[in-house]
Write a protein that binds this ligand. Structure first.
Ligand code: 5GP
Length: 195
């Protein structure tokens, strides 16, 4: 799917599972309430506390694949045994209205966005090490051993592709990483709000 040149800006946060994308984007949303976070669809089940329509749209595989066939995703990818996708309709209308939109997705999806929306700004969050990444995934306490193994294997592939992205930000010190993402976001907000 190819998008017309939108009025608003799209910021893509990508990087391996457990790198801290969710924590950083929550800090960004708290500071910049004018930024709109896209809610993805997934075939994985909800974790405790996750809500349909808020964290994800939790779909069975058939419904998900029907939506793929109907071209309803801006991008989609398989990750650790499940499918994840970004519904395109809401993003299209937010961008056309001039809003800044934030996507939090894995690397394959981010590559697809680069093709359909080349003006999107892409940030790759990099962990201090694979060991730290594994510790963070384990500390979350929400993944099975199989899922942890798949996520770490995938992280190695993803980290090898970091240089494809516009900005690579190390998430060692969380506050520094938030400040670095803000430095990428702020010029986008100024561009959008100027006449
Ligand atoms: P989790 O299961 O930990 O919520 O997410 C697994 C991975 O899928 C994370 O790297 C997350 O950023 C990514 N992800 C979440 N939503 C989407 C999406 O809509 N598209 C793609 N390609 N990846 C997504």
């Amino acid at each position: 799917m190819k998008f017309a040149q939108p009025a608003g800006g799209l910021l893509v946060l990508t990087g391996p599972s457990g790198v801290g994308k969710g924590t950083i984007l929550q800090a960004i949303l708290a500071r910049y309430p004018q930024v709109w976070l896209s809610v993805s669809a997934t075939t994985r089940g909800p974790r405790p506390g996750e809500r349909h329509g808020e964290n994800y749209f939790f779909l069975d595989r058939k419904t998900f694949m029907d939506q793929v066939d109907r071209g309803q995703f801006l991008e989609w990818a398989q990750f650790a045994g499940h499918a994840y996708g970004t519904p395109s309709g809401p993003i299209q209308s937010r961008l056309q209205a001039g809003q800044t939109v934030l996507l939090e997705i894995e690397v394959e999806g981010a590559r697809q966005v680069r093709h359909c929306l080349p003006t999107a700004v892409q940030v790759f969050l990099y962990p201090p090490s694979l060991a730290v990444l594994e510790q963070r995934i384990r500390a979350r306490g929400s993944d099975s051993e199989v899922s942890i193994t798949r996520r770490i294997a995938r992280a190695k592939e993803e980290m090898a592709r970091a240089s494809e992205f516009d900005h690579v930000i190390l998430n060692g010190d969380l506050n520094q990483a938030i400040a670095d993402v803000e430095a990428v976001l702020q010029p986008m907000l100024r561009t959008v709000s100027s006449p």
